[in-house]
Design a protein around this ligand. Structure first.
Ligand SMILES: [Zn+2]
Length: 467
């Protein structure tokens, strides 16, 4: 039985997945101050923590002090949507272990002298409570808690872990969405309990053994992902304030804004920005996707949880635990001679850069340019080589060819002879029709079980394309 499961596993996941390394981001303010190291994604099926860490990368600016962020420590497990067993490898790890390189690197980052505090972000089961209230709320649960291994790290500037956690918890609870969501302090007194408990093997306890203040923050898995992320961000801000790290962000810290931000981050560009895709509600497969022939596949995404992986002859886009569209490539030469097109959007003249996503209320027209051909995917115009200089309304487009499941986002592609010049997306969604937030589909807490899997070895996330 086990053999069968393993075989399916290997067929489903590409070899390159094993080479997915974590990313490491540094953000410093103009004024010097303490350094906080934030780690997300040590467990691959805990998206609240890794989305919060990723939002520090995409949405926060630091004015004083420094943030170091590793948002996707166990990236292969994030892609596979499994917990993984990385957090059990910080006491002993064999050189032969596939995660040896990642763990060695993160240990080195943790023990850098300038790191003042390490926060390891988790989504935990139920609600921790020091006394038993019910099955979901009791001492063996983890959700909505700050977890310390011991009260103090003597001789460390921020070594009073208990006080640090208690002050943050007070601040988090002042903004809790319900009384039931209030955080608690959980001290697992790691040094004094049995030798075999998992806490001894954890990242936090590795830090503590090296006299580095560290703790885990656990949001409850009973919450939807954006609510977990909201609590992680409340916690992170409370700790930053205590360390004297000052920051600003480009959204209000409310549950709705966090949901919106996770969704707004869902974008990727290809080919130096000549193509941009919004990743919310993508169709499962996008055919004839123009990719440059005979070169490495280049993509860029601001959010470090977004990546593209090869699966046989296709590519698949991933955003955290979300497995998004397969791209069936059409390999083409790229034309560099044009960077924008001229359009009439609802009758109004506009110059549109390639890679744009353009809102349209009713109709659009692409103005023809000598030597270039326009292909509006989903529009048929018998007898013409180009779809330019033609007013096209939403109703004239075949919804089957939209890139989104709602039939609202269409590709406008420009070619010079057979070379691809660039793409624009026309977006017929009304503001109120904007798709539901893209939140991770994650394994329910009850179904997760520690599982062994291969993992990263440190190659870049770029792949040579065929063609
Ligand atoms: Zn965890």
């Amino acid at each position: 039985m086990k053999k069968t499961i393993l075989l399916i596993f290997l067929l489903l996941f590409p070899a390159q997945l094993l080479a997915l390394d974590f990313s490491f981001h540094k953000k410093s303010g103009e004024r010097a101050g303490p350094t906080l190291l934030v780690i997300g994604g040590i467990d691959g099926d805990e998206p609240g923590g890794f989305h919060a860490a990723a939002m520090l990368v995409t949405r926060y600016r630091i004015q004083r002090g420094t943030l170091w962020i590793v948002p996707n420590l166990n990236f292969p497990s994030i892609i596979k949507r499994v917990r993984g067993d990385m957090n059990l490898k910080f006491e002993h790890i064999s050189r032969a272990d596939s995660q040896f390189q990642q763990i060695t690197r993160i240990k080195q980052i943790i023990t850098e002298p300038e790191v003042d505090l390490v926060l390891n972000l988790h989504d935990g089961s139920g609600f921790y409570h020091p006394t038993r209230i019910n099955r979901q709320r009791n001492p063996s649960r983890w959700g909505q808690s700050c977890v310390i291994d011991q009260n103090k790290i003597p001789g460390s500037r921020f070594g009073n872990l208990q006080k640090l956690a208690e002050t943050s918890i007070q601040q988090i609870n002042a903004q809790a969405l319900s009384r039931d969501h209030r955080f608690q302090l959980k001290n697992v007194v790691t040094r004094t309990v049995g030798k075999d408990i998992p806490a001894r093997k954890s990242l936090s306890f590795f830090a503590v053994r090296n006299n580095k203040p560290a703790m885990a923050v656990e949001a409850s898995k009973t919450h939807p992902v954006h609510i977990r992320t909201y609590y992680h961000l409340l916690a992170l801000e409370a700790f930053m304030q205590q360390l004297g790290i000052s920051f600003s962000r480009d959204f209000d810290l409310t549950a709705d804004s966090v949901k919106r931000a996770i969704k707004d981050d869902a974008r990727i560009t290809f080919a130096d920005g000549r193509i941009q895709l919004e990743l919310n509600n993508l169709r499962p497969t996008i055919n004839n996707f123009p990719l440059p022939r005979n070169t490495t596949l280049h993509f860029a995404a601001q959010n470090p949880l977004i990546t593209v992986l090869p699966y046989d002859r296709r590519f698949r886009i991933h955003y955290g635990n979300n497995r998004l569209a397969f791209l069936n490539p059409q390999y083409l030469e790229y034309d560099q001679s044009l960077n924008d097109i001229h359009m009439l959007i609802d009758g109004k003249q506009q110059q549109i850069d390639f890679g744009s996503i353009i809102p349209v209320d009713d109709n659009f027209l692409i103005q023809g340019k000598k030597g270039y051909r326009v292909n509006v995917i989903g529009y048929t115009r018998p007898g013409y080589r180009s779809d330019s200089d033609m007013k096209i309304a939403e109703g004239q487009l075949n919804k089957k060819y939209s890139i989104d499941t709602a039939g609202k986002l269409f590709r406008v592609e420009v070619y010079r002879e057979d070379k691809f010049s660039g793409m624009v997306l026309v977006d017929f969604r009304k503001p109120k029709e904007k798709p539901e937030a893209l939140v991770a589909q994650t394994t329910p807490a009850e179904k997760r079980s520690p599982r062994k899997q291969g993992a990263a070895s440190g190659a870049p996330t770029q792949f040579r394309s065929g063609g």
